[in-house]
Write a protein that binds this ligand. Sequence first.
Ligand SMILES: [Zn+2]
Length: 329
Amino acid sequence: MGPGNEAMATNGPNGGPLIDISGAIDMHCHPYPDLFPRLADDNDVAVAARAAGMRAVVFKCHHESTVSRAYHVARQVEGIEVFGGIVLNSYVGYLNPAAVDAALRLGGRVVWMPTVDAGYHAQVHGGTGGYDTQAGGRKSAEGVWVVDEEGKLKPEVLEIFELVAEHGAILGTCHLSPAEIVTLVTAAVERGIEKVVVTHPFFKVPNLDLATLEELVRLGAYPEFGYCTVSPAWHYATPEKVAEAIAKVGASRCLLVSDAGQRHNPMPHEALRIFSQTLFEKGVGQADIDRMIRLNPIDLLELPSSPSTVSDIGSGAVREMTGDQARTV
Ligand SMILES: [Zn+2]
């Protein structure tokens, strides 16, 4: 057993390597208020994440902008950064450049394409507004597509691209169809958007295959894997599948997020920890975990790197260990 292994083994007070989420950033969680039932509200999620030593959280809501919510929580909960964005569902007028403009000028960091109101979501789930086991929003048969009948991006999407590029914001692909996502990402990159995130690639929507995911990464996109996708209640993918995808496309291009807030999942900070620990035990190295929950989010949010917030588990020896080595400890 080398010194690295010893360091790792003594890392947790209860024995065995424990992934530490201090300094981590959850780029995607779902607090209340929301039309879906939630486990906790904005304040409680932020306070709990701060208690876990996390650096920042990003709130996502299917039904309204979270930009002002994030602003107020950040004012009230010191010691953690809080960000918001806007999801382009029916509630904000679908692909509405005015809503995007306001959200970004008020400090929003993410523009998410339609989720539960996407045309593809409706096709797969039999209507908009809800999931197989959860109802929340307004249900209608047809959702919105970002492309027209010829497969070309709608003009309002291009207007939104301009705003996203101008503000250096993050573009999330959400519940669009696989073909739409490829079209969207290709065009977004061509138009100078540098931060494109492929939202939960293995969730029921879009459920991308690995070849498509690799193509998107080649174009410059960041796959964002969420705990919610592998959660016991929904389990659209296994942790093994996520670990395999990370190995294939490289952790330097990936994000791990909780995508939590549902009542059947742990609190977002704990969901992120469980997800990180699970992937570590499935062979993803600690340095790669660190990149996906801390360094890549820092880059995407353009935050100053602040080593003081990271716990001292990150000695070089420990970081160079692979998950495989660590499991044998
Ligand atoms: Zn989500």
